[in-house]
Design a protein around this ligand. Structure first.
Ligand SMILES: [Zn+2]
Length: 278
């Protein structure tokens, strides 16, 4: 099942969202679909008896080199530039249409709730929308700011979406948000039902440390262990190959000063997000 979905959607995260819809644990979803792949995906929805509506615009992604970009520019549907459509999909025809309308009306909170996100997180999104939409539409550091400490349950690891891994499809209001963690547990249970091995891999990848920057890369440190304020790790995945990546790769450990400040060798690094998911 998951394998088939992956063939069509070319992404773990998108495949899982559709699986949650098919399983009836998510009321509706909004996914970005490449123009060239639109027909194939819509055919799949028809075959599965899912209802959908298409956005009245296309989105051209910025940061083309990034695996996961949160930012895009809207262009008319007849633009010659190839882009992405938003597809609103649900078992219920009315919900698919409602999701599209809410998006057009910029009703972020209501849209979030319709997509199955906890109310607290939908409110958090709306509250921070203006400041974040001016930047990269990336709410991760705002979520961290709202969270106590830097150690959180792996269920809430939304930062790993940069590596196409996540159990949540929204930015949690905090990494300790109870409703988000409950939702992620439901999602993991569904994945387990279809593919125990995939569920184990996802869990194993989400359990790790994240060094998060806005613009200088996201780094997933595998098999991380904290001893006092020293973080040891074995293996690293990077969204960017840069100086910070080299430093993280070569260091024996990171010294965590606080959730926004690290020491790497003798260099102090500020304005980053440090998260340890267990
Ligand atoms: Zn929440």
């Amino acid at each position: 099942m998951l394998q088939d979905l992956r063939k069509i959607f070319q992404s773990n995260i998108k495949s899982l969202e559709i699986l949650y819809i098919l399983e009836g644990i998510k009321p509706s979803a909004r996914i970005m679909v490449k123009e060239e792949e639109k027909d194939k995906i819509l055919d799949f929805f028809k075959e599965k008896g899912l209802n959908y509506t298409l956005s009245d615009f296309k989105v051209i992604k910025q940061d083309r080199d990034k695996v996961y970009s949160d930012k895009g520019i809207k262009v008319p549907i007849d633009s010659e530039k190839k882009g992405y459509f938003f597809v609103y999909v649900s078992k219920d025809k009315k919900l698919a249409e409602k999701a599209k309308n809410l998006e057009n009306e910029n009703k972020h909170k209501e849209l979030g709730i319709l997509l199955g996100y906890p109310k607290c997180c939908a409110e958090f999104f709306e509250k921070h929308f203006e400041e974040e939409s001016k930047k990269q539409n990336d709410f991760t550091l705002s979520s961290l700011k709202n969270s106590d400490g830097f150690q959180f349950p792996f269920y809430a690891n939304i930062a790993a979406r940069h590596f196409d891994l996540a159990l949540l499809n929204h930015f949690p209001c905090s990494f300790n948000c109870k409703d988000s963690i409950e939702l992620a547990k439901k999602h993991l249970a569904v994945i387990e039902k279809y593919d125990k091995e995939a569920a184990g891999i996802i869990k194993g990848m989400l359990e790790g440390a994240i060094v998060y920057t806005e613009g200088n890369g996201v780094f997933l440190l595998r098999r991380a262990e904290l001893e006092h304020n020293r973080l040891y790790y074995k293996g690293i995945m990077a969204s960017k190959n840069n100086q910070l990546y080299e430093s993280l790769k070569n260091a024996d450990y990171i010294e965590i000063i606080n959730k926004n400040r690290l020491r790497l060798d003798d260099l102090e690094i500020k304005n980053v997000g440090m998260m340890l998911f267990f």
